[in-house]
Design a protein around this ligand. Structure first.
Ligand code: MRU
Length: 350
């Protein structure tokens, strides 16, 4: 299975985290070696690792790396150092809530007062980050089981962006549902949107599905409507970066258009996301901070080839919000819910 974020112990008994460089896929498989929280913050900000659950896992390991590099002689207490580590990692990408969820879960460990040398917590922090990753894989498999039951024995599914093993601890959310359906013996064909402008669909989703031998056709983002009109799509399945209490969903830019199209054509529109993607503190999608990314992603093809004229204005939000009313169901590890049922799933403390 593709493993985007790996915890490694060196022969010198140091911890490293090896992050698969998704910017190079599918042409090259290389890992960025992260030894500090700052390395990990760079990996998240620069999209070496991306996808909401994978960002959360990477941030959790970033906290553990931060603990490892605490130097008592530098003049900051362990708690001050860890607070700054958390701030650094939290400032990388704003939309996926899993990042902040993971930082808070790690805080519960490092903020607990300890007797003696607090750097002794480093080992526990790495174990906690690994637990977050292992739990994510288990949740994805459960989501897969719940979600695959929604698909007919033979189905053509449209997906957008990459919500696969690369975007998670492993197996995937939306792609996990597709994988589970295939494992259950269903005949599944996939249309994968290329996903402008960063091309996660063309580079990452197509790569994962081709590797798995799942029949996949790559299309540009504007082709979904005509395929739906021709009755070539039985369901749309996407992941999520943040789900709010009212069942609105932030996901990769272009998702909202697909949901509206699906509604217009009477096609079910499913979102697969773990509970760590639900932000019960926000009442609606309009409160979700939406990341705006570099104009170069639109004006250039790849890193260097300019395709738009100098001087043109560019608007490049990385995500949009799909109102819950356009979503047939949200598939989680705890079951399948209508968007208007999400609020009542909030943990009692919220
Ligand atoms: O900008 P990215 O690549 O981090 O965005 C990821 C997405 O929006 C995915 O579509 C996804 O559904 C969330 S991760 C499972």
């Amino acid at each position: 299975m593709i493993d985007a974020v790996r915890w490694v112990r060196t022969p010198e008994n140091q911890h490293e985290v090896h992050v698969l460089d998704q910017r190079l896929l599918p042409l090259r498989t290389e890992f960025m070696v992260c030894r500090t929280a700052s390395d990990m913050a760079t990996a998240i900000r620069d999209m070496v690792v991306r996808g909401a659950p994978a960002i959360g896992i990477a941030a959790a390991f970033g906290v553990a790396l931060g603990s490892q590099s605490w130097n008592p002689g530098a003049g900051f207490s362990y708690q001050q150092h860890m607070e700054e580590t958390t701030r650094l990692l939290g400032a990388t990408r704003p939309t996926a809530v899993n990042l902040f969820w993971a930082l808070e879960r790690m805080r519960a460990l490092w903020a607990t007062p300890v007797i003696g040398d607090p750097s002794g917590l480093t080992g526990s922090l790495f174990l906690e980050a690994q637990s977050i990753k292992d739990e994510d894989i288990r949740m994805n498999r459960k989501m897969g089981d719940h979600g695959q039951a929604l698909l007919p024995d033979s189905a053509t599914v449209l997906t957008h962006c990459n919500a696969g093993a690369l975007a998670t601890g492993g197996f995937g959310t939306a792609l996990g549902v597709i994988r589970a359906a295939v494992s259950a013996g269903k005949t599944i064909r996939v249309f994968a949107d290329e996903t402008r402008p960063y091309l996660q669909g063309a580079r990452l989703t197509a790569y994962e599905l081709v590797e798995d031998g799942i029949p996949t056709t790559l299309i540009t983002d504007g082709m979904g409507a005509s395929l739906m009109a021709k009755k070539k799509i039985d369901a749309v399945i996407v992941g999520a970066d943040r789900v709010t209490a009212n069942g609105d969903v932030a996901n990769k830019i272009g998702t909202y258009a697909l949901a509206v199209l699906a509604r217009a054509h009477g096609i079910p529109f499913y979102v697969a996301a773990p509970f760590s993607t639900i932000d019960f503190s926000l009442q609606s999608g309009s409160q979700i901070p939406i990341e705006e990314r570099s104009p170069r992603e639109i004006t250039h093809f790849g890193p260097d080839v300019r395709i738009a004229p100098e001087g043109v204005s560019v608007y490049n939000p990385a995500f949009d919000v799909t109102p819950g009313e356009f979503i047939t169901a949200i598939i989680t590890e705890k079951g399948v819910f209508r968007p208007d049922e999400i609020r009542q799933l909030a943990p009692k403390s919220n």
